[in-house]
Design a protein around this ligand. Structure first.
Ligand SMILES: CC(C)(COP(=O)(O)OP(=O)(O)OC[C@H]1O[C@@H](n2cnc3c(N)ncnc32)[C@H](O)[C@@H]1OP(=O)(O)O)[C@@H](O)C(=O)NCCC(=O)NCCS
Length: 172
């Protein structure tokens, strides 16, 4: 088994959109209405939006490959690209998604460690993320990785207001 990581660039736009749609659907479709899912997918992952995010020098996307197949992706934000004003000493993990069939093989941890590595290289003091309060699998994973809940914020899935826990890990 081989695991590799690659930073995404503009050439990855369409493939990136596919994996964003696929993993978001797999994760949330059972707990959300099709209307709210479609509204979110369309606003968050349309090509124009993804292109804008890929062009932002304070954001980075990565694919993780398992035996040469794209198995998931990571998006991290620095500085003003963070979705909350957490300050310049923080790095945000905005998205970390492993396709269903590749979960529980250590790939989520691999991507999370990549985010930690970037944070350390950039002399950040904290890594934070928002996770839906009902996403028990991800919350369990983040706790296992040493994150603790430090707050909460609202998140709109279509027209439904949901609560995201803010979870943080302080770097040594
Ligand atoms: C959450 C997610 C990224 C975790 O990735 P993964 O590849 O399945 O997890 P890993 O195999 O890397 O697990 C790493 C460690 O965490 C543990 N772990 C994984 N899920 C766990 C859970 N739900 N509860 C407790 N521990 C968990 C593993 O046992 C492993 O422990 P080890 O280091 O002692 O072996 C993945 O399940 C996923 O993409 N889920 C769907 C998308 C999602 O919800 N993303 C987050 C949105 S905020």
């Amino acid at each position: 088994m081989t695991i590799n990581i690659k930073q995404c660039n503009h050439g990855d736009l369409r493939k990136l959109q596919e994996i964003c749609y696929e993993t978001f659907n797999e994760t949330f479709k059972d707990q959300n209405s099709p209307e709210n899912m479609n509204a979110y997918l369309e606003s968050a992952f349309n090509l124009k939006q993804l292109e804008k995010e890929l062009s932002n020098i304070s954001s980075q996307f990565f694919y993780v490959y398992f035996n040469n197949e794209v198995a998931g992706y990571l998006k991290v934000n620095l500085n003003d690209a963070q979705s909350e004003e957490m300050g310049d000493e923080s790095l945000e993990i905005e998205r970390i998604y492993i396709r269903n069939k590749f979960q529980k093989h250590g790939l989520g941890k691999y991507l999370l460690n990549k985010a930690m590595e970037i944070a350390m290289e950039c002399n950040k003091k904290k890594v934070w993320l928002g996770v839906w309060e009902k996403n028990e699998n991800a919350i369990g994973f983040y706790k296992k990785m040493g994150f603790v809940q430090t707050g909460a914020h609202s998140f709109y899935m279509g027209d439904e207001e949901q609560i995201d826990f803010i979870m943080t890990k302080t770097l040594n």
